[in-house]
Design a protein around this ligand. Structure first.
Ligand code: GAP
Length: 458
């Protein structure tokens, strides 16, 4: 029975969350203290998986392109950055509190939330007849403008002069470095700047595991271009970004585009299309593609007094470039990739759980497994492990029956197992077993590394 792909259901979310905890992908942060409010820690397998997701993105967006370069900007920035960017004024969610049970909600979580959200945007949300989703009483207070940025103070004095914000998007680190990058690399339009890093949002209602948290990582790219080229480049980036998910093995029927209506677009966007993923809890945004026009650079020019215009030597013109942005959360993409990979199929022992992760994403590429824990097999198995390890991230397991150990590797997505059995002591050959097909092939130990490399396409 394949549960994902065609029929991902809510209980798949429970299964994935429990697998993630049990096998060391993701733990609730500060769990021994009862958790820390929608922040998550990545365990030994999770950190490998998320690093592989970020590496795949960086390779596609920076290393394989000659028109994009990367940066790594500071999280703490000058507070004027967030005034210029519009986040101090506009990075707002409508918060309502129930006068009876005191629970707080974002307005779109109430019954008929989308319509209420539209009314709020138009300044006419009436909540007098709306029931509290928690206690059912019709005692919701008026919506309050709640800024999602975390505020902190730089230095020993906590006064207005020392206010700093934890960045709610990585993009601003790119905008304020536009001139530095353009001049130091002598780039000509169009070109992009990419970055991967932490962002922070004081979400009113985080949830759905790592889907929406208060501390998360973003993988963002700002593509600077001539204003007239922005619409065409927008379409090209939309297609390119969807292809990236295809290449990582996400089925087409788990992806779709959704364009934002004019009144739901972020304050900086003239056009916004989400790449949505069909999570077990429904279709949700995974990545946003935005035409940010010249909004950010223009605002930074106004607020900093610096001329950030681009000089086009061919036409002798000076102008502010437009920006097409691709923005995806590393955690959210990791979660989507886990959901897309999760599979169950009947087998002799009941149900085989397989994470059909793309080989580039799998935390371990190879597991080395002696047929049994036996003092004659262990030395050769250790030798094989030492042979393989410098080439592929590998693991070694000799406890429990071999069938159980295969299942354990299937469950964490290890594409290949290498088994050392008693004949190996004489014929110096081992068996490679593939995760997806469970096909097995015998290869001489002398040829093992090239054989694994071929199967992994590495
Ligand atoms: N620079 C544009 C920007 O930040 P966004 O649509 O607000 O746009 C981009 O965020 C992506 O960041 C989202 O599509 C999502 O993948 C991720 N993201 C946003 N908020 C998040 C949160 N609270 N938790 C996890 N990921 C989040």
């Amino acid at each position: 029975m394949t549960v994902t792909k065609s029929g991902m259901s809510e209980d798949v979310a429970d299964k994935i969350n429990s697998l993630a905890k049990r096998r060391g992908f993701v733990f609730p942060s500060s769990e021994i203290y009862g958790g820390a409010g929608a922040t998550w820690d990545y365990g030994p397998l999770g950190v490998e998986l998320k690093n592989n997701v970020k590496r795949a993105w960086w390779r596609a967006m920076v290393q394989l392109r000659d028109d994009i370069v990367g940066i790594d900007a500071a999280i703490l920035m000058h507070p004027r950055v967030w005034e210029a960017s519009g986040h101090v004024e506009n990075f707002i969610d409508p918060l309502v509190e129930c006068g009876n049970c005191r629970k707080r909600f974002r307005i779109d979580e109430l019954s008929d939330g989308d319509a209420l959200m539209d009314q709020w945007r138009d300044g006419r949300a009436d909540l007098s007849t709306v029931a509290c989703p928690n206690c059912g009483q019709k005692k919701l207070g008026p919506p309050r403008r709640f800024n999602l940025m975390f505020k902190t103070f730089v230095g020993p004095v906590e006064d207005t002069a020392s206010v700093a914000w934890l960045r709610p998007e990585t993009a601003q680190g790119i905008f304020v470095n536009f001139e530095n990058v353009q001049q130091s690399t002598r780039r000509k339009l169009p070109f992009g700047i990419a970055q991967v890093g932490k962002s922070f949002r004081n979400e009113i209602t985080p949830g759905n595991f790592i889907f929406r948290s208060r501390e998360f990582e973003q993988m963002e790219m700002q593509y600077f271009c001539r204003p007239a080229d922005a619409p065409r480049l927008f379409d090209e980036w939309l297609a390119a970004r969807r292809r990236w998910y295809d290449d990582l093995g996400i089925d087409d029927d788990l992806l779709r585009f959704r364009e934002h209506a004019e009144n739901e677009r972020a304050h900086y966007a003239a056009k916004a299309v989400d790449i949505q993923f069909r999570f077990p809890f429904g279709w949700q945004e995974m990545e946003g593609i935005h035409n940010r026009t010249d909004y950010d650079l223009r605002r930074h020019m106004e607020f900093s007094g610096k001329d950030l215009r681009y000089f086009d030597e061919a036409t002798n013109e000076r102008f502010i470039p437009y920006v097409v942005e691709t923005a995806v959360g590393a955690d959210r993409a990791t979660y989507a990739l886990l959901c897309a990979a999760y599979d169950e199929e009947p087998d002799k022992e009941g149900i085989r759980v397989v994470l059909r992760l793309h080989k580039d994403l799998a935390p371990y590429k190879v597991a080395v497994l002696p047929l049994s824990k036996n003092e004659r097999l262990t030395p050769l198995a250790r030798e094989v492990y030492a042979l393989v390890r410098p080439h592929f991230l590998s693991t070694y397991d000799e406890t429990q029956a071999i069938g159980r150990r295969y299942r354990r590797q299937d469950e964490i997505g290890t594409p290949l197992c290498v088994t050392i059995d008693f004949p190996s002591l004489d014929d110096h050959a081992v068996t490679i077993r593939e995760r997806d097909s469970m096909a097995q092939v015998r290869v001489p130990i002398a040829d093992l590394v090239p054989a694994l490399r071929e199967k992994l396409g590495a």
